[in-house]
Design a protein around this ligand. Structure first.
Ligand code: UDP
Ligand code: MG
Length: 317
């Protein structure tokens, strides 16, 4: 490598990943040892209910590179990533999943890009044929909608397997968001970025922690955290239906006073009332979504709560 970093932090969020952690550790260590620079592996236990924390503690007893922090409850993948970034000390930080879907060997390519002067190295997932068809289609739909509706651009297939330079971590540290969408934040902060493709592997063990409900909430979070465009669309919608209502009023007046066939307008009136009702509710929902976010953000609660940790002085050992 042209210029190895002074030190590297690897951040791994874990939620009930007991069955994957040892295999991941075995895969990561030879890669990190080859880099011949100091490193730390930060495992973030996101309120797991299985033996994830015990496994991490065992690893940390055997290997001083293993650092960890444990949340007081499940705060979600994005908060776990953010906590890992906040506690990391490396000049370069790489975030990756615990389920082996992110190939550790790609770390070499990421570091090569960093050495070329890039501050952020994103990885873009190339879906394999085995990939879940529903997930592929829904993810494609989400990125299209997100890029259409919001002000930041997130590449389709962009994964939370990325390299960040210390400069970027410092910029992200200042961003305290109740509804965190890191892919968007990383795009929003700017800096020099490079994207490299990777073939996603199958999850080694366990099941995905992103249920359909979580995925939909994540998508809404991604869109509403980066744009007020849906609110503007609501105004356009409202203008369109207001125009439609004016036409309807003119027609009703005509039916009552000129043609004298007032009853014939019933069907169109009924349709218009139900359409208007639905549109008004939709717009109230959109406004409510933003208002709710403001309400939660105003509370100014901590982003996450750490129950215990062992992350201090990683590179003084
Ligand atoms: N994860 C987490 N907290 C959660 C959900 C997930 O820390 O509430 C972690 C999980 O352990 C994994 C990563 O986030 O390391 C990605 O989750 P998963 O593999 O389930 O998502 P998918 O790859 O299916 O999108
Ligand atoms: Mg996964």
């Amino acid at each position: 490598m042209k210029k190895p970093p002074k030190n590297i932090s690897i951040v791994i969020p874990c939620f009930n990943e007991d069955a994957c952690l040892n295999v991941l550790y075995e895969e990561l260590c030879p890669v990190m040892d080859k880099l011949s620079c100091p490193y730390e592996l930060i495992f973030v236990d996101d309120g797991s209910t299985d033996h994830t924390l015990e496994t991490i503690l065992l690893l940390s007893e055997q290997d001083f590179h293993v650092r960890w922090l444990s949340f007081s409850r499940n705060f979600g993948h994005q908060k776990a990533l953010k906590a890992g970034l906040d506690y990391s000390q490396g000049e370069v930080v790489i975030t990756m999943d615990a389920d082996m879907q992110h190939p550790s060997a790609l770390i070499f390519d990421m570091l090569a890009c960093w050495a070329d002067g890039y501050d952020i190295v994103d990885t873009i997932r190339i879906d394999s044929k085995q990939s879940n068809c529903f997930k592929t289609v829904s993810s494609r739909l989400f990125y299209r909608l997100m890029n259409f509706l919001s002000d930041v651009t997130v590449t389709e297939g962009c994964a939370d397997f990325r390299l960040l330079d210390r400069k970027v971590i410092e910029a992200l540290r200042g961003c305290r968001e109740e509804y965190l969408f890191l892919r968007g934040m990383v795009s929003w902060v700017g800096f020099h970025r490079k994207q490299i493709p990777y073939q996603a592997r199958m999850r080694y063990a366990g099941t995905t922690k992103y249920s359909l409900k979580k995925m939909i909430l994540f998508a809404i979070c991604g869109i509403t955290s980066f744009s007020i465009r849906p609110l503007r669309w609501a105004i356009l919608f409202a203008a369109f239906f207001a125009l439609l209502s004016i036409t309807e009023i003119i027609y009703v007046l005509y039916a009552v006073f000129i043609s004298g066939q007032a009853v014939t307008g019933w069907a169109s009136l009924a349709i218009l009332i139900s359409v208007l009702g639905a549109v008004i509710l939709l717009m109230l929902g959109i406004i409510g979504e933003y208002l709710g976010k403001m309400f939660m953000q105003c509370k100014n609660r901590p982003e996450y709560i750490v129950r215990s940790e062992n992350c201090s002085s990683s590179f003084n050992v």
